[in-house]
Design a protein around this ligand. Structure first.
Ligand code: HEM
Length: 402
């Protein structure tokens, strides 16, 4: 049996404060190795770019726990079943579950949401402008409300419920709050589904309810069950809220700490799409891909991961691998960052990528144009990172708007 790595705690502030301190060492000395973590128990950690891509594309690394080698349950799960969604599925179920939601996220549909995102951004910036001169928390007052408003509009979550739901989604990521949050979200989405059934709107959840009910009436197996419907709503909320919030907040921090790059972007807004790719690579809103398990012995790089082991592919590390991105610790908005794995890789590649990109372009573009003299209030070392394993997210982002 291969030696386990010393404890790797991805959910500690000290990790998020400087992930490279741990990850650079792992990439060099133990790029694929088993470890023991508080969140995941025994799990193999993969840190090099090439190995992360290989692992994420390998169908022998599975998500659906029914495929656990030898049968039986692999892990205790939460008390409420909200797991029957695409990110926990393997082919062929995965394609069926993804297809139903995909229509809402085509580049054309996403472009139709751009004016609404611009309107929300402008409104939030107007409110911020009133606080000019004071220190404001840009995370709380801009990076969070913008994607949450766009996403809730899309999914059909009423305005009055948004604060509560976004708090529950953040709590879900915390180890000790997770069970309570999942019960709250299950209860909320059960009620919301009933409301959409009674009175459908022009939103994604209503469309999914319709697909579910049509399937029941016509007896087709191609659509989705009620557990899958609830799970899909839950998964979209957990995937769609927090991630984009992190990109906007950490991306703004990266720009504020690289003033020459920020000036370049302000002078040339046409750089925005490329800048968003580099900010994704540099900030890694999602720290690691969700866990997968080996259905059989799987060789990756020089190592064979035995059947029945859990695997974690560390996105933050892959995107800072010097073998793929020269001088990876340098933010360079003109570099070709395409090929980064901030949105994952393979069949589970982020479904909301085009939405997140559009929101980030709107967010950075509007912010830089409105507050050209914005600066960080305090030093970057004083900032705190949320203690969650899955995400790299700031607790707050205090700035002076100038
Ligand atoms: C900056 C923002 C975002 C980042 C960095 C991000 C990152 C990711 C990553 C890394 C994965 C793959 C996880 C894995 O393989 O284990 C993923 C999957 C997914 N994301 Fe995102 N995401 C973002 C925004 C969004 C948004 C806005 C939505 C929806 C509204 C969304 C919906 C999804 C879905 C549905 C999946 C699962 C796809 C599948 O299993 O086929 N994401 N995302």
């Amino acid at each position: 049996m291969t030696d386990e790595l010393d404890l790797v705690s991805f959910d500690e502030d000290s990790y998020h404060q400087d992930p490279e301190r741990l990850l650079a060492r792992l990439r060099t000395s133990r790029p694929i190795a088993p470890a023991r973590t508080p969140d995941y128990g025994r799990i193999w950690i993969i840190t090099r770019y090439a190995d992360v891509r290989t692992a994420l594309a390998d169908p022998r690394l599975a998500k659906d726990v029914h495929r656990w080698p030898g049968g039986g349950k692999s892990r205790p799960s939460e008390t409420v079943n909200l797991h029957a969604h695409m990110l926990n599925s393997d082919p062929p179920d995965h394609a069926r579950l993804r297809r139903l939601v995909q229509k809402a996220f085509t580049p054309r549909r996403v472009e139709q949401l751009r004016p609404r995102a611009e309107e929300i951004a402008a409104c939030l910036l107007d409110e911020l402008a009133e606080a000019r001169g004071d220190v404001v928390d840009l995370l709380d007052q801009y990076a969070r409300p913008l994607p949450i408003a766009v996403f809730c509009d899309l999914l059909g979550i009423p305005v009055a419920d948004r604060e509560r739901i976004s708090v529950a989604v953040v709590d879900y990521g915390k180890r000790e709050e997770s069970e309570r949050a999942i019960r709250e979200l299950a209860a909320y989405f059960t009620k919301l589904v009933a409301a959409k059934r009674a009175e459908p709107g022009n939103d994604l959840l209503s469309a999914l309810v319709l697909a579910r009910d049509n399937a029941e009436e016509s007896g087709t197996e191609d659509e989705l069950t009620s557990t899958e419907l609830l799970s899909t709503a839950f998964q979209l909320a957990t995937a769609g809220f927090d991630t984009t919030v992190n990109l906007i907040a950490s991306g703004t921090l990266a720009l504020l700490t690289h003033p020459a790059e920020m000036a370049r972007l302000r002078e040339k807004p046409a750089l925005l799409p490329a800048a968003v790719e580099e900010l994704l690579r540099f900030t890694n809103p999602v720290n690691h891909a969700t866990d997968r398990f080996t259905t059989e012995d799987v060789p990756i790089g020089d190592v064979v991961i035995p059947a029945g082991e859990w695997v974690l592919s560390v996105i933050t590390s892959a995107n800072r691998d010097p073998a793929q991105f020269p001088e990876p610790g340098r933010l360079d908005l003109r570099r070709d960052a395409s090929g980064h794995v901030a949105f994952g890789y393979g069949i589970h590649y982020c479904l909301g990528a085009s939405l997140a990109r559009m929101e980030a372009e709107v967010a950075f573009g509007a912010l830089l144009a409105r507050f050209p003299r914005m600066s960080l209030a305090g030093s970057p070392e004083e900032l705190r990172w949320r203690q969650v394993s899955l995400m790299n997210g700031l607790e707050s982002l205090p700035v002076r708007l100038g």
